[in-house]
Design a protein. Structure first.
Length: 68
């Protein structure tokens, strides 16, 4: 079940791991305690995936390891 978060006014930054992927860029929002909001930079008003701080590391490790 999803929980709505107000992300109005958060600062989005392009992930350092994005780039050179033919425009496929991931943005991450800073300043949301305990959460890591992520979105597609091409669709700034589109959906946002929100990870817990604890879930972010395993997700990144899975991407780096080619499991996702």
């Amino acid at each position: 079940m999803g929980v709505k978060r107000d992300l109005t006014g958060v600062h989005w930054r392009k992930s350092s791991y994005s780039g050179g992927n033919n425009g496929d860029c991931v943005e991450v929002a800073d300043g949301v305690p305990g959460l890591i909001p992520v979105r597609d930079s091409k669709r700034p008003s589109g959906p946002v995936v929100v990870f817990s701080a604890e879930g972010w590391g395993p997700f990144v490790a899975a991407v780096r390891g080619g499991r996702l």
